[in-house]
Write a protein that binds this ligand. Structure first.
Ligand code: SF4
Length: 619
Protein backbone atom coordinates (compact mmCIF):
# COMPACT_ATOMS: atom_id res chain seq x y z
CA UNK A 1 0.00 0.00 0.00
CA UNK A 2 1.38 3.40 -1.01
CA UNK A 3 -0.17 6.33 0.80
CA UNK A 4 -0.36 9.98 -0.23
CA UNK A 5 -2.29 9.14 -3.41
CA UNK A 6 -6.00 8.75 -4.09
CA UNK A 7 -5.15 6.31 -6.89
CA UNK A 8 -7.81 8.06 -8.93
CA UNK A 9 -8.05 9.61 -12.36
CA UNK A 10 -10.93 11.85 -13.34
CA UNK A 11 -11.53 11.78 -17.09
CA UNK A 12 -13.71 14.37 -18.81
CA UNK A 13 -14.58 13.99 -22.46
CA UNK A 14 -15.59 17.37 -23.83
CA UNK A 15 -17.06 15.91 -27.03
CA UNK A 16 -19.49 13.54 -25.33
CA UNK A 17 -19.57 15.36 -21.96
CA UNK A 18 -19.00 11.96 -20.35
CA UNK A 19 -17.29 11.98 -16.95
CA UNK A 20 -15.54 8.82 -15.74
CA UNK A 21 -13.49 7.84 -12.73
CA UNK A 22 -10.63 5.38 -13.10
CA UNK A 23 -8.06 3.75 -10.88
CA UNK A 24 -4.28 4.18 -10.98
CA UNK A 25 -2.53 1.19 -9.47
CA UNK A 26 0.14 1.46 -6.78
CA UNK A 27 2.81 0.16 -9.09
CA UNK A 28 2.27 3.05 -11.54
CA UNK A 29 2.51 5.50 -8.63
CA UNK A 30 5.77 3.90 -7.52
CA UNK A 31 7.25 3.79 -11.02
CA UNK A 32 6.22 7.25 -12.19
CA UNK A 33 5.73 9.07 -8.84
CA UNK A 34 3.12 11.67 -9.95
CA UNK A 35 3.03 14.99 -11.84
CA UNK A 36 5.25 14.92 -14.93
CA UNK A 37 5.99 11.20 -14.48
CA UNK A 38 2.40 10.02 -14.48
CA UNK A 39 1.62 12.58 -17.19
CA UNK A 40 4.37 11.07 -19.38
CA UNK A 41 3.04 7.56 -18.82
CA UNK A 42 -0.52 8.54 -19.78
CA UNK A 43 0.63 10.54 -22.81
CA UNK A 44 2.66 7.58 -24.03
CA UNK A 45 -0.30 5.22 -23.73
CA UNK A 46 -3.02 7.53 -25.02
CA UNK A 47 -1.55 9.95 -27.57
CA UNK A 48 -0.09 8.25 -30.60
CA UNK A 49 2.47 9.92 -32.90
CA UNK A 50 -0.30 10.44 -35.46
CA UNK A 51 -2.31 12.73 -33.22
CA UNK A 52 -1.81 16.41 -34.07
CA UNK A 53 -1.56 18.77 -31.06
CA UNK A 54 -4.83 20.54 -31.93
CA UNK A 55 -6.70 17.35 -32.79
CA UNK A 56 -9.44 16.50 -30.33
CA UNK A 57 -7.62 13.20 -29.67
CA UNK A 58 -4.77 15.08 -28.00
CA UNK A 59 -5.09 14.95 -24.22
CA UNK A 60 -4.52 17.63 -21.63
CA UNK A 61 -3.37 15.89 -18.46
CA UNK A 62 -3.43 17.82 -15.18
CA UNK A 63 -1.60 15.90 -12.46
CA UNK A 64 -0.37 16.30 -8.93
CA UNK A 65 1.90 14.11 -6.83
CA UNK A 66 2.30 12.77 -3.32
CA UNK A 67 3.24 16.18 -1.85
CA UNK A 68 -0.06 17.92 -2.59
CA UNK A 69 -2.83 18.04 -0.05
CA UNK A 70 -0.73 18.78 3.05
CA UNK A 71 1.10 22.02 3.79
CA UNK A 72 4.45 20.75 2.57
CA UNK A 73 6.60 23.82 1.76
CA UNK A 74 6.64 24.40 -2.00
CA UNK A 75 3.84 21.93 -2.72
CA UNK A 76 1.34 24.35 -4.26
CA UNK A 77 2.28 23.14 -7.72
CA UNK A 78 0.73 20.99 -10.40
CA UNK A 79 1.77 19.75 -13.77
CA UNK A 80 0.12 19.80 -17.21
CA UNK A 81 1.23 17.30 -19.85
CA UNK A 82 0.22 17.20 -23.50
CA UNK A 83 1.56 17.11 -27.02
CA UNK A 84 2.93 20.56 -27.72
CA UNK A 85 1.93 22.58 -30.78
CA UNK A 86 5.44 24.09 -30.76
CA UNK A 87 7.45 20.88 -30.60
CA UNK A 88 4.89 18.27 -31.76
CA UNK A 89 5.95 15.91 -29.03
CA UNK A 90 5.94 15.37 -25.27
CA UNK A 91 5.58 18.53 -23.23
CA UNK A 92 4.89 19.37 -19.64
CA UNK A 93 4.54 22.69 -17.94
CA UNK A 94 3.97 23.41 -14.26
CA UNK A 95 2.59 26.29 -12.25
CA UNK A 96 1.84 27.27 -8.67
CA UNK A 97 -0.64 29.57 -6.83
CA UNK A 98 -3.09 27.13 -5.18
CA UNK A 99 -4.62 24.95 -7.91
CA UNK A 100 -2.52 21.82 -7.20
CA UNK A 101 -3.46 21.37 -3.52
CA UNK A 102 -7.11 22.38 -4.06
CA UNK A 103 -7.42 19.90 -6.93
CA UNK A 104 -5.80 17.09 -4.91
CA UNK A 105 -8.31 17.74 -2.13
CA UNK A 106 -11.18 16.97 -4.53
CA UNK A 107 -10.10 13.34 -4.35
CA UNK A 108 -8.09 12.84 -7.56
CA UNK A 109 -4.45 12.64 -8.59
CA UNK A 110 -5.03 13.21 -12.29
CA UNK A 111 -7.53 15.01 -14.49
CA UNK A 112 -7.54 14.02 -18.16
CA UNK A 113 -9.31 16.33 -20.58
CA UNK A 114 -10.04 14.85 -23.99
CA UNK A 115 -12.25 15.62 -26.98
CA UNK A 116 -13.48 19.03 -27.97
CA UNK A 117 -16.54 20.89 -26.81
CA UNK A 118 -18.83 22.30 -29.50
CA UNK A 119 -19.14 25.57 -27.60
CA UNK A 120 -16.82 27.19 -25.04
CA UNK A 121 -17.15 25.65 -21.58
CA UNK A 122 -15.54 25.73 -18.18
CA UNK A 123 -15.26 22.92 -15.65
CA UNK A 124 -16.02 23.21 -11.96
CA UNK A 125 -14.90 20.51 -9.53
CA UNK A 126 -15.90 20.83 -5.89
CA UNK A 127 -15.30 17.58 -4.04
CA UNK A 128 -17.87 15.19 -5.50
CA UNK A 129 -19.58 17.82 -7.62
CA UNK A 130 -18.26 17.92 -11.21
CA UNK A 131 -19.90 20.27 -13.70
CA UNK A 132 -19.24 21.23 -17.29
CA UNK A 133 -20.73 24.68 -17.77
CA UNK A 134 -21.32 27.11 -20.59
CA UNK A 135 -18.51 29.66 -21.00
CA UNK A 136 -19.71 31.52 -24.06
CA UNK A 137 -20.01 34.73 -22.05
CA UNK A 138 -16.43 34.37 -20.75
CA UNK A 139 -14.83 33.45 -24.10
CA UNK A 140 -12.86 36.45 -25.32
CA UNK A 141 -12.15 37.79 -21.84
CA UNK A 142 -8.57 38.21 -20.78
CA UNK A 143 -7.23 35.70 -18.30
CA UNK A 144 -7.59 37.98 -15.27
CA UNK A 145 -11.18 38.87 -16.11
CA UNK A 146 -11.86 35.19 -16.64
CA UNK A 147 -10.63 34.22 -13.15
CA UNK A 148 -12.76 36.96 -11.56
CA UNK A 149 -15.84 36.06 -13.58
CA UNK A 150 -15.65 32.35 -12.83
CA UNK A 151 -15.13 32.89 -9.11
CA UNK A 152 -18.21 35.11 -9.19
CA UNK A 153 -20.25 32.55 -11.09
CA UNK A 154 -19.42 29.76 -8.66
CA UNK A 155 -19.73 32.18 -5.73
CA UNK A 156 -16.38 31.23 -4.30
CA UNK A 157 -13.61 33.84 -4.23
CA UNK A 158 -11.22 31.27 -2.79
CA UNK A 159 -11.60 28.63 -5.49
CA UNK A 160 -8.54 28.16 -7.64
CA UNK A 161 -8.96 28.75 -11.38
CA UNK A 162 -6.76 27.80 -14.31
CA UNK A 163 -7.75 29.64 -17.44
CA UNK A 164 -6.65 30.74 -20.87
CA UNK A 165 -6.61 34.19 -22.40
CA UNK A 166 -7.56 35.36 -25.90
CA UNK A 167 -4.24 34.16 -27.39
CA UNK A 168 -5.02 30.52 -26.61
CA UNK A 169 -8.56 30.89 -27.91
CA UNK A 170 -7.01 31.97 -31.22
CA UNK A 171 -4.61 29.01 -31.11
CA UNK A 172 -1.50 31.15 -30.79
CA UNK A 173 1.09 28.42 -30.30
CA UNK A 174 3.01 30.24 -27.56
CA UNK A 175 -0.12 30.56 -25.40
CA UNK A 176 0.17 29.69 -21.71
CA UNK A 177 -2.21 28.59 -18.98
CA UNK A 178 -2.86 31.16 -16.24
CA UNK A 179 -3.53 30.27 -12.60
CA UNK A 180 -5.40 32.59 -10.21
CA UNK A 181 -3.90 35.77 -11.83
CA UNK A 182 -0.73 34.72 -10.04
CA UNK A 183 1.20 31.89 -11.67
CA UNK A 184 1.69 30.66 -15.25
CA UNK A 185 2.29 27.33 -16.96
CA UNK A 186 4.18 29.14 -19.65
CA UNK A 187 6.13 26.88 -21.86
CA UNK A 188 5.30 24.74 -24.90
CA UNK A 189 1.98 26.34 -25.85
CA UNK A 190 -0.26 24.15 -23.72
CA UNK A 191 -2.74 27.03 -23.39
CA UNK A 192 -3.39 26.68 -27.12
CA UNK A 193 -4.20 22.98 -26.64
CA UNK A 194 -6.75 24.03 -24.02
CA UNK A 195 -8.11 26.61 -26.48
CA UNK A 196 -8.37 23.95 -29.20
CA UNK A 197 -10.72 22.05 -26.92
CA UNK A 198 -12.93 25.12 -26.36
CA UNK A 199 -12.13 24.87 -22.67
CA UNK A 200 -11.85 28.31 -21.08
CA UNK A 201 -11.15 27.36 -17.47
CA UNK A 202 -11.14 24.76 -14.72
CA UNK A 203 -12.10 25.86 -11.20
CA UNK A 204 -11.38 23.59 -8.25
CA UNK A 205 -12.05 23.59 -4.55
CA UNK A 206 -11.56 20.39 -2.61
CA UNK A 207 -11.73 19.73 1.09
CA UNK A 208 -10.80 16.04 1.38
CA UNK A 209 -7.69 14.88 3.18
CA UNK A 210 -5.61 12.19 1.56
CA UNK A 211 -4.34 9.60 4.08
CA UNK A 212 -0.60 9.75 4.75
CA UNK A 213 1.61 7.17 6.39
CA UNK A 214 2.97 9.11 9.35
CA UNK A 215 1.13 12.37 9.92
CA UNK A 216 2.95 13.48 13.08
CA UNK A 217 6.35 12.90 11.46
CA UNK A 218 5.20 14.80 8.37
CA UNK A 219 4.01 17.70 10.52
CA UNK A 220 7.37 17.79 12.31
CA UNK A 221 9.22 17.87 8.99
CA UNK A 222 6.91 20.55 7.61
CA UNK A 223 7.47 22.74 10.63
CA UNK A 224 11.24 22.23 10.68
CA UNK A 225 11.81 22.66 6.94
CA UNK A 226 9.50 25.66 6.72
CA UNK A 227 11.72 27.55 9.18
CA UNK A 228 14.92 26.40 7.50
CA UNK A 229 13.77 27.27 3.99
CA UNK A 230 12.54 30.68 5.12
CA UNK A 231 15.91 31.51 6.72
CA UNK A 232 17.84 30.25 3.67
CA UNK A 233 15.66 32.28 1.31
CA UNK A 234 16.39 35.45 3.28
CA UNK A 235 20.09 34.64 3.19
CA UNK A 236 20.13 33.89 -0.55
CA UNK A 237 18.10 37.04 -1.28
CA UNK A 238 15.38 35.01 -3.00
CA UNK A 239 12.70 36.21 -0.60
CA UNK A 240 13.76 39.86 -0.72
CA UNK A 241 14.45 40.19 -4.44
CA UNK A 242 12.98 37.05 -6.08
CA UNK A 243 14.48 35.75 -9.30
CA UNK A 244 15.34 39.30 -10.54
CA UNK A 245 18.13 39.07 -7.97
CA UNK A 246 20.01 36.90 -10.49
CA UNK A 247 20.37 39.51 -13.29
CA UNK A 248 23.69 41.09 -12.35
CA UNK A 249 25.37 37.76 -11.54
CA UNK A 250 24.11 36.04 -14.68
CA UNK A 251 25.10 38.93 -16.94
CA UNK A 252 28.53 38.89 -15.35
CA UNK A 253 28.95 35.25 -16.37
CA UNK A 254 27.85 35.97 -19.95
CA UNK A 255 24.69 33.97 -19.33
CA UNK A 256 21.98 36.53 -20.19
CA UNK A 257 20.68 36.84 -23.75
CA UNK A 258 21.79 40.20 -25.14
CA UNK A 259 20.47 41.54 -28.45
CA UNK A 260 18.90 38.18 -29.28
CA UNK A 261 22.07 36.25 -28.44
CA UNK A 262 24.40 38.36 -30.62
CA UNK A 263 26.12 40.47 -27.93
CA UNK A 264 28.10 39.35 -24.93
CA UNK A 265 27.92 42.00 -22.23
CA UNK A 266 25.55 44.69 -21.04
CA UNK A 267 26.31 45.35 -17.36
CA UNK A 268 24.48 48.71 -17.29
CA UNK A 269 21.28 47.08 -18.55
CA UNK A 270 21.48 44.21 -16.07
CA UNK A 271 22.03 46.67 -13.23
CA UNK A 272 18.89 48.62 -14.08
CA UNK A 273 16.80 45.47 -14.50
CA UNK A 274 18.09 43.49 -11.55
CA UNK A 275 18.06 43.87 -7.79
CA UNK A 276 18.16 46.11 -5.87
CA UNK A 277 16.96 48.55 -8.56
CA UNK A 278 14.01 46.33 -9.56
CA UNK A 279 12.82 45.99 -5.95
CA UNK A 280 13.06 49.74 -5.35
CA UNK A 281 11.65 51.08 -8.61
CA UNK A 282 8.75 48.64 -8.72
CA UNK A 283 8.05 48.60 -4.94
CA UNK A 284 8.32 44.83 -5.24
CA UNK A 285 7.22 42.47 -2.47
CA UNK A 286 7.18 38.65 -2.22
CA UNK A 287 4.01 37.06 -3.59
CA UNK A 288 4.05 33.47 -2.32
CA UNK A 289 2.10 30.53 -3.65
CA UNK A 290 0.16 28.59 -1.02
CA UNK A 291 2.39 26.95 1.64
CA UNK A 292 5.48 28.77 0.39
CA UNK A 293 8.09 30.29 2.72
CA UNK A 294 10.13 31.71 -0.18
CA UNK A 295 7.69 33.81 -2.20
CA UNK A 296 9.88 34.21 -5.28
CA UNK A 297 6.99 35.72 -7.28
CA UNK A 298 6.82 39.50 -7.09
CA UNK A 299 3.89 41.77 -6.36
CA UNK A 300 4.63 45.21 -7.75
CA UNK A 301 3.11 48.65 -7.91
CA UNK A 302 3.91 51.34 -10.48
CA UNK A 303 2.27 54.71 -9.92
CA UNK A 304 4.02 56.71 -12.59
CA UNK A 305 4.41 57.34 -15.46
CA UNK A 306 0.70 56.94 -16.14
CA UNK A 307 1.30 54.80 -19.24
CA UNK A 308 2.97 52.11 -17.10
CA UNK A 309 0.61 52.35 -14.12
CA UNK A 310 0.16 48.86 -12.76
CA UNK A 311 -0.50 46.83 -9.62
CA UNK A 312 -0.03 43.09 -9.70
CA UNK A 313 2.40 40.36 -10.69
CA UNK A 314 5.88 41.58 -11.61
CA UNK A 315 8.23 40.09 -14.20
CA UNK A 316 10.50 37.17 -13.28
CA UNK A 317 14.17 36.90 -14.18
CA UNK A 318 13.34 35.05 -17.40
CA UNK A 319 11.08 37.88 -18.54
CA UNK A 320 13.68 40.51 -17.64
CA UNK A 321 16.16 38.54 -19.72
CA UNK A 322 13.94 37.98 -22.75
CA UNK A 323 12.22 41.42 -22.79
CA UNK A 324 15.14 43.30 -21.27
CA UNK A 325 18.72 42.50 -22.21
CA UNK A 326 17.54 40.37 -25.14
CA UNK A 327 15.87 43.40 -26.73
CA UNK A 328 18.19 46.07 -25.27
CA UNK A 329 15.37 47.46 -23.11
CA UNK A 330 16.49 48.54 -19.64
CA UNK A 331 13.32 50.01 -18.16
CA UNK A 332 11.80 47.64 -15.58
CA UNK A 333 8.53 49.59 -15.63
CA UNK A 334 8.04 49.15 -19.37
CA UNK A 335 8.93 45.47 -19.06
CA UNK A 336 6.40 45.12 -16.25
CA UNK A 337 3.66 46.43 -18.51
CA UNK A 338 4.72 44.10 -21.31
CA UNK A 339 4.73 41.23 -18.80
CA UNK A 340 1.24 42.17 -17.59
CA UNK A 341 -0.04 42.23 -21.16
CA UNK A 342 1.35 38.75 -21.78
CA UNK A 343 -0.25 37.50 -18.58
CA UNK A 344 -3.64 38.87 -19.54
CA UNK A 345 -3.46 37.74 -23.17
CA UNK A 346 -2.08 34.43 -21.91
CA UNK A 347 1.25 34.11 -23.70
CA UNK A 348 4.61 32.78 -22.57
CA UNK A 349 6.99 35.68 -21.95
CA UNK A 350 10.10 33.65 -22.87
CA UNK A 351 8.77 32.74 -26.32
CA UNK A 352 7.26 36.21 -26.80
CA UNK A 353 10.70 37.75 -26.10
CA UNK A 354 12.28 35.37 -28.59
CA UNK A 355 9.72 36.31 -31.28
CA UNK A 356 10.28 40.04 -30.78
CA UNK A 357 14.07 39.52 -30.72
CA UNK A 358 13.89 37.68 -34.02
CA UNK A 359 11.73 40.46 -35.51
CA UNK A 360 14.21 43.14 -34.37
CA UNK A 361 17.19 41.24 -35.75
CA UNK A 362 15.49 40.51 -39.08
CA UNK A 363 14.56 44.17 -39.39
CA UNK A 364 18.06 45.38 -38.56
CA UNK A 365 19.55 43.00 -41.11
CA UNK A 366 17.09 44.03 -43.80
CA UNK A 367 15.48 40.58 -43.98
CA UNK A 368 12.17 42.32 -43.35
CA UNK A 369 11.31 45.97 -43.89
CA UNK A 370 8.52 48.46 -43.35
CA UNK A 371 6.47 46.88 -46.12
CA UNK A 372 6.36 43.64 -44.13
CA UNK A 373 5.72 45.29 -40.78
CA UNK A 374 2.74 47.47 -41.72
CA UNK A 375 4.99 50.52 -41.60
CA UNK A 376 6.40 49.93 -38.12
CA UNK A 377 10.09 50.53 -37.62
CA UNK A 378 11.14 47.64 -35.40
CA UNK A 379 14.05 49.17 -33.49
CA UNK A 380 16.11 47.53 -30.77
CA UNK A 381 15.53 48.94 -27.30
CA UNK A 382 12.11 50.42 -27.98
CA UNK A 383 9.56 49.35 -25.32
CA UNK A 384 6.64 50.72 -27.38
CA UNK A 385 7.52 48.30 -30.17
CA UNK A 386 7.67 45.43 -27.67
CA UNK A 387 4.25 46.34 -26.31
CA UNK A 388 2.74 46.74 -29.79
CA UNK A 389 4.12 43.43 -30.99
CA UNK A 390 2.88 41.57 -27.90
CA UNK A 391 -0.63 42.88 -28.59
CA UNK A 392 -0.37 41.80 -32.22
CA UNK A 393 0.99 38.34 -31.39
CA UNK A 394 -1.57 37.71 -28.63
CA UNK A 395 -4.48 38.91 -30.74
CA UNK A 396 -3.12 37.30 -33.92
CA UNK A 397 -3.36 40.50 -35.89
CA UNK A 398 -1.16 42.68 -38.10
CA UNK A 399 2.50 41.92 -38.66
CA UNK A 400 2.69 40.16 -35.25
CA UNK A 401 0.41 37.38 -36.44
CA UNK A 402 3.40 35.92 -38.30
CA UNK A 403 4.61 34.86 -34.84
CA UNK A 404 1.41 33.10 -33.84
CA UNK A 405 3.13 29.78 -34.56
CA UNK A 406 6.21 30.73 -32.52
CA UNK A 407 9.64 32.00 -33.58
CA UNK A 408 10.71 28.92 -35.55
CA UNK A 409 7.53 28.83 -37.64
CA UNK A 410 7.86 32.59 -38.22
CA UNK A 411 11.48 32.17 -39.36
CA UNK A 412 10.34 29.56 -41.88
CA UNK A 413 7.69 31.95 -43.19
CA UNK A 414 10.08 34.91 -43.34
CA UNK A 415 12.65 32.82 -45.20
CA UNK A 416 15.98 34.26 -46.43
CA UNK A 417 18.45 33.93 -43.55
CA UNK A 418 15.92 34.02 -40.74
CA UNK A 419 16.29 30.30 -40.04
CA UNK A 420 19.97 30.84 -39.22
CA UNK A 421 19.04 33.50 -36.67
CA UNK A 422 16.31 31.78 -34.70
CA UNK A 423 17.43 30.36 -31.35
CA UNK A 424 15.56 27.23 -30.33
CA UNK A 425 15.85 23.50 -29.69
CA UNK A 426 13.12 21.25 -31.11
CA UNK A 427 10.98 24.35 -31.69
CA UNK A 428 11.13 25.67 -28.13
CA UNK A 429 12.94 28.98 -27.69
CA UNK A 430 16.05 28.91 -25.52
CA UNK A 431 15.28 30.60 -22.19
CA UNK A 432 17.43 33.37 -20.68
CA UNK A 433 20.48 31.22 -19.91
CA UNK A 434 23.31 30.93 -22.42
CA UNK A 435 24.85 27.45 -22.76
CA UNK A 436 28.08 29.06 -23.96
CA UNK A 437 28.51 30.28 -20.35
CA UNK A 438 27.57 27.02 -18.57
CA UNK A 439 28.69 24.08 -20.67
CA UNK A 440 26.62 21.59 -18.75
CA UNK A 441 23.61 23.30 -20.32
CA UNK A 442 24.69 22.07 -23.76
CA UNK A 443 23.49 18.47 -23.32
CA UNK A 444 20.65 19.72 -21.10
CA UNK A 445 19.22 21.90 -23.87
CA UNK A 446 20.15 19.63 -26.77
CA UNK A 447 18.44 16.58 -25.28
CA UNK A 448 15.68 18.46 -23.44
CA UNK A 449 12.55 16.39 -23.82
CA UNK A 450 10.34 19.46 -24.15
CA UNK A 451 12.97 21.40 -26.08
CA UNK A 452 15.41 23.90 -24.62
CA UNK A 453 14.65 24.31 -20.95
CA UNK A 454 16.56 25.47 -17.88
CA UNK A 455 13.96 24.04 -15.49
CA UNK A 456 14.20 20.45 -16.72
CA UNK A 457 17.85 20.21 -15.73
CA UNK A 458 18.85 23.25 -13.75
CA UNK A 459 22.57 22.84 -14.41
CA UNK A 460 23.20 26.59 -14.72
CA UNK A 461 22.47 27.00 -11.01
CA UNK A 462 25.16 24.43 -10.25
CA UNK A 463 27.80 26.31 -12.22
CA UNK A 464 26.80 29.89 -11.43
CA UNK A 465 24.96 29.83 -8.11
CA UNK A 466 26.78 27.09 -6.21
CA UNK A 467 23.73 24.83 -6.02
CA UNK A 468 25.20 21.44 -5.16
CA UNK A 469 23.54 18.10 -4.37
CA UNK A 470 26.24 16.01 -2.73
CA UNK A 471 23.94 12.99 -2.38
CA UNK A 472 24.08 12.52 -6.18
CA UNK A 473 27.60 13.72 -6.90
CA UNK A 474 26.59 17.19 -8.06
CA UNK A 475 29.52 18.94 -6.46
CA UNK A 476 31.68 22.03 -6.74
CA UNK A 477 34.57 20.03 -8.23
CA UNK A 478 32.52 19.19 -11.32
CA UNK A 479 31.23 22.72 -11.76
CA UNK A 480 34.33 24.45 -13.12
CA UNK A 481 33.54 26.88 -15.93
CA UNK A 482 34.69 26.00 -19.44
CA UNK A 483 35.88 22.56 -18.44
CA UNK A 484 34.60 19.51 -20.29
CA UNK A 485 35.20 17.30 -17.30
CA UNK A 486 32.06 16.42 -15.36
CA UNK A 487 29.67 18.52 -17.47
CA UNK A 488 27.87 15.65 -19.21
CA UNK A 489 27.54 13.98 -15.82
CA UNK A 490 26.07 17.14 -14.26
CA UNK A 491 23.62 17.52 -17.13
CA UNK A 492 22.42 13.94 -16.79
CA UNK A 493 22.09 14.05 -13.00
CA UNK A 494 20.29 17.38 -13.04
CA UNK A 495 17.84 16.18 -15.69
CA UNK A 496 17.02 13.09 -13.64
CA UNK A 497 16.81 15.08 -10.42
CA UNK A 498 14.51 17.68 -12.01
CA UNK A 499 12.35 14.93 -13.53
CA UNK A 500 11.90 13.54 -10.02
CA UNK A 501 11.13 16.97 -8.53
CA UNK A 502 8.56 17.64 -11.27
CA UNK A 503 6.96 14.30 -10.56
CA UNK A 504 6.87 14.77 -6.80
CA UNK A 505 5.50 18.13 -7.88
CA UNK A 506 7.66 20.23 -5.61
CA UNK A 507 8.69 23.79 -6.37
CA UNK A 508 12.30 23.77 -7.50
CA UNK A 509 12.99 26.91 -5.46
CA UNK A 510 12.75 24.87 -2.25
CA UNK A 511 16.09 23.17 -2.93
CA UNK A 512 17.58 25.86 -5.20
CA UNK A 513 16.71 29.04 -3.24
CA UNK A 514 15.73 27.49 0.08
CA UNK A 515 18.51 24.91 0.58
CA UNK A 516 16.11 21.98 1.09
CA UNK A 517 18.40 18.97 0.81
CA UNK A 518 17.67 15.84 -1.21
CA UNK A 519 17.68 13.86 2.05
CA UNK A 520 15.02 16.20 3.50
CA UNK A 521 12.89 15.83 0.36
CA UNK A 522 13.04 12.06 0.74
CA UNK A 523 12.17 12.35 4.43
CA UNK A 524 8.95 14.10 3.44
CA UNK A 525 8.25 11.58 0.66
CA UNK A 526 8.74 8.57 2.95
CA UNK A 527 6.63 10.08 5.75
CA UNK A 528 3.78 10.60 3.27
CA UNK A 529 3.95 7.39 1.27
CA UNK A 530 5.19 4.90 3.87
CA UNK A 531 7.85 3.82 1.38
CA UNK A 532 11.46 3.75 2.42
CA UNK A 533 13.17 5.20 -0.61
CA UNK A 534 16.82 6.03 -0.57
CA UNK A 535 18.58 8.41 -2.94
CA UNK A 536 19.39 5.66 -5.43
CA UNK A 537 15.80 4.48 -5.75
CA UNK A 538 14.51 8.03 -6.07
CA UNK A 539 17.06 8.87 -8.78
CA UNK A 540 16.18 5.69 -10.65
CA UNK A 541 12.61 7.00 -10.83
CA UNK A 542 13.87 10.35 -12.10
CA UNK A 543 15.88 8.59 -14.80
CA UNK A 544 12.93 6.36 -15.71
CA UNK A 545 10.66 9.37 -16.16
CA UNK A 546 13.20 11.30 -18.21
CA UNK A 547 13.83 8.24 -20.37
CA UNK A 548 10.14 7.70 -21.02
CA UNK A 549 9.88 11.32 -22.19
CA UNK A 550 12.88 10.67 -24.45
CA UNK A 551 11.19 7.56 -25.85
CA UNK A 552 8.15 9.70 -26.64
CA UNK A 553 10.36 12.21 -28.52
CA UNK A 554 11.87 9.34 -30.53
CA UNK A 555 8.50 7.77 -31.23
CA UNK A 556 7.21 11.16 -32.41
CA UNK A 557 9.96 11.29 -35.03
CA UNK A 558 12.85 13.10 -33.34
CA UNK A 559 16.34 11.73 -33.91
CA UNK A 560 19.85 12.44 -32.69
CA UNK A 561 20.07 15.14 -35.39
CA UNK A 562 17.62 17.12 -33.29
CA UNK A 563 19.94 16.97 -30.26
CA UNK A 564 21.52 20.14 -31.52
CA UNK A 565 22.08 23.76 -30.65
CA UNK A 566 21.31 26.65 -33.02
CA UNK A 567 24.14 28.29 -35.06
CA UNK A 568 24.53 31.31 -32.75
CA UNK A 569 25.64 29.01 -29.93
CA UNK A 570 28.83 28.26 -31.91
CA UNK A 571 29.93 31.90 -32.03
CA UNK A 572 32.47 32.81 -29.33
CA UNK A 573 32.15 35.98 -27.27
CA UNK A 574 34.31 38.93 -28.22
CA UNK A 575 34.25 40.40 -24.72
CA UNK A 576 33.33 39.54 -21.15
CA UNK A 577 33.60 36.40 -19.05
CA UNK A 578 33.34 33.88 -21.89
CA UNK A 579 35.59 35.67 -24.38
CA UNK A 580 36.81 33.26 -27.06
CA UNK A 581 35.06 30.23 -25.57
CA UNK A 582 32.88 27.84 -27.56
CA UNK A 583 31.45 24.71 -25.96
CA UNK A 584 32.64 21.42 -27.51
CA UNK A 585 29.11 20.34 -28.36
CA UNK A 586 29.95 17.02 -30.06
CA UNK A 587 32.25 15.87 -27.24
CA UNK A 588 29.72 16.80 -24.61
CA UNK A 589 26.95 14.94 -26.40
CA UNK A 590 28.91 11.77 -27.09
CA UNK A 591 30.00 11.56 -23.45
CA UNK A 592 26.43 12.22 -22.39
CA UNK A 593 25.07 9.41 -24.62
CA UNK A 594 27.65 7.05 -23.17
CA UNK A 595 26.82 7.93 -19.59
CA UNK A 596 23.14 7.44 -20.33
CA UNK A 597 23.87 4.14 -22.02
CA UNK A 598 22.21 5.33 -25.20
CA UNK A 599 23.31 4.07 -28.59
CA UNK A 600 25.27 6.31 -30.96
CA UNK A 601 21.89 7.16 -32.47
CA UNK A 602 20.70 8.49 -29.15
CA UNK A 603 18.36 5.58 -28.40
CA UNK A 604 18.29 4.05 -24.91
CA UNK A 605 19.73 0.53 -25.10
CA UNK A 606 17.69 -2.59 -24.36
CA UNK A 607 19.69 -3.14 -21.16
CA UNK A 608 19.02 0.41 -20.02
CA UNK A 609 15.30 0.03 -20.65
CA UNK A 610 15.31 -3.23 -18.71
CA UNK A 611 17.14 -1.64 -15.80
CA UNK A 612 14.51 1.10 -15.72
CA UNK A 613 11.56 -1.25 -16.07
CA UNK A 614 10.65 0.35 -19.42
CA UNK A 615 11.11 -2.71 -21.62
CA UNK A 616 7.43 -2.65 -22.59
CA UNK A 617 7.58 0.93 -23.82
CA UNK A 618 8.50 0.21 -27.41
CA UNK A 619 8.25 2.55 -30.38
S1 SF4 B 1 9.19 29.75 -4.52
FE1 SF4 B 1 8.02 30.93 -5.98
S2 SF4 B 1 7.17 29.48 -7.51
FE2 SF4 B 1 7.91 28.33 -5.71
S3 SF4 B 1 6.08 28.00 -4.49
FE3 SF4 B 1 7.13 29.86 -3.74
S4 SF4 B 1 6.24 31.62 -4.83
FE4 SF4 B 1 5.61 29.73 -5.89
Amino acid sequence: MVLGYWNKILRIDLTTKKITKEEIDNNTCKLFVGGAGIGAEILWKEVSPKVEPFNSDNKLIFSVGPFQGYPVPGSAKFCITSKSPLTNTYADSSAGASWGPLFKKTGYDVLIIQGKSENPVYIYIKDNEIKIRDARDIWGMDSYQSVDKIRKKIRDPRASVVTIGPAAEKLVKIACIVVDKHSFAGRCGLGAVMGSKNLKAIAVKGSKKVPVSNLSLLENYNHKYLQEIYKASIKSGMRTHGTPGGCITYEGFGDMPIKYWTKDIWPEGAKKLGAPNYTKVLSAKPYPCLYCPVGCHRNIEIKEPAKYKLKGVGPEYETLGMFGTNLLIDDPKAISLANDLCNRLGIDTISAGACVGLAMECYEKGIINRKDTDGIEIRWGDPDILIDLIKQIGNKEGFGSIFSGGALEAAKKIGKNALKLVVHVKGLDIPAHDPRACWGMVPTYATGTRGACHMRGDEEDVEMAGFYIPEIGVTKEKAKFFSLEGKAFLAMKMQDYCSLINSLVLCFMMPAGGDLSFTSILNIFNAITGLDWDVQEAMLSGERIFTLQRLTNLRDGYTKEDDALPPKMYIPAKEGFRTGKIPPVDNLLSEYYELRRWSKDGEPTKEKLQQLGLENFKK
